[in-house]
Design a protein around this ligand. Structure first.
Ligand SMILES: [Fe+2]
Ligand SMILES: [Fe+2]
Length: 312
């Protein structure tokens, strides 16, 4: 924001102060909400209850192969099995994201006032994510499926990203990781066909995650106004690239092999599935509308979003 006149400079300063005040007010509200609605999954959920017969680990409509020719040929037992493995795959992805996010948040607050509400809320969110990652790990163990790490390449790309990414880039990626999984979890926790433990895990996550999304959105909105031009351009590009990687890494294809399916064929059918495209685009809609609104979905970045299949 360049201003030449004295008046102009004053206006610029007032805007900046206004944004910081707004940042503190948002954080205060989020802290109040955290004090009222936070959960300890170890105590809150019954981890000793047996796995329920005839219940899904993930709603079938949200399973990648749903409604494909392959799905129609699968036995009911194999469908249940695939849902259980996909739940483990998504929980593994969730833990990966959360561990990245914790580091991004630590970096975000490193230079900020330790007594501000903004920093106190970031620390609260880190504590939330610590509990979530432990909760997801317990859920994977409970289901009896393995953990599904991302590819070595993505694992190492993220190692670089979480170390060097800019503030707006970090918050844009945070939203990508949080909002689509959140949309799926909002459909999962009220679903009576789903295992009680999975419903409990997703309910806790949805309640606490709503605050994380708010925090990241407000910060990204501010950053897209105040960050220098190169940083805004870089955010558009890196966020588009993250969307592309995310859409590929979303479900680990090893799940198909592990339930006795032809991995290549399964991946091809998921790619061709109109139902799946609709699920992923519906899941991303709230996020892409928001990103469009604050000017993240422009230029080459927008093309990357389109190629990810998440943007219609
Ligand atoms: Fe989380
Ligand atoms: Fe989160």
């Amino acid at each position: 924001m360049t201003t030449v006149t004295e008046d102009g400079e004053l206006t610029g300063l007032r805007d900046a102060l206004g944004l910081l005040k707004d940042r503190e007010q948002v954080a205060v509200r989020l802290l109040e909400s955290s004090a009222k609605h936070s959960f300890d999954p170890d105590r809150e959920l019954d981890w000793d209850a047996p796995v329920e017969d005839g219940k899904w680990f993930w709603p079938p409509e949200l399973v990648s192969l749903y409604d494909t020719p392959m799905w129609r040929r699968m036995s009911e037992e194999q469908r249940f099995d695939l849902a259980r493995h996909e739940a483990a795959s998504l929980a593994s992805l969730g833990i990966w994201f959360e561990i990245i996010l914790m580091q991004l948040l630590v970096r975000h607050i490193y230079d900020k006032s330790v007594t501000s509400a903004h920093v106190r809320y970031a620390l609260t969110e880190i504590a939330d994510e610590c509990r979530h990652s432990m909760m997801f790990a317990r859920m994977i163990q409970k289901g009896g499926a393995p953990t599904y790490p991302v590819t070595r390449l993505n694992h190492n790309l993220a190692r670089v990203l979480k170390t060097v990414s800019t503030t707006p880039g970090s918050f844009a990626c945070t939203l990508l990781g949080e909002e689509i999984l959140d949309w799926m979890q909002r459909l999962t926790f009220p679903d009576e066909r789903v295992q009680t433990i999975v419903r409990g895990v997703t309910r806790i996550h949805v309640v606490e995650e709503a605050r994380h999304v708010r925090y990241a959105r407000e910060e990204l909105r501010r950053q897209m106004v105040t960050a220098p031009r190169w940083e805004r351009e870089l955010t558009r590009l890196s966020c588009g690239e993250a969307a592309r990687v995310f859409s590929i890494a979303f479900v680990n294809p090893q799940v198909y092999t592990d339930v006795g399916l032809d991995r290549r064929e399964a991946v091809a059918q998921v790619k061709a599935s109109g139902h799946r495209r609709e699920v992923m685009q519906s899941g991303a809609k709230r996020l892409t509308d928001f990103l469009d609104d604050i000017g993240v979905l422009r230029g080459p970045g927008r093309r990357l979003w389109k190629s990810s299949g998440l943007l219609a």
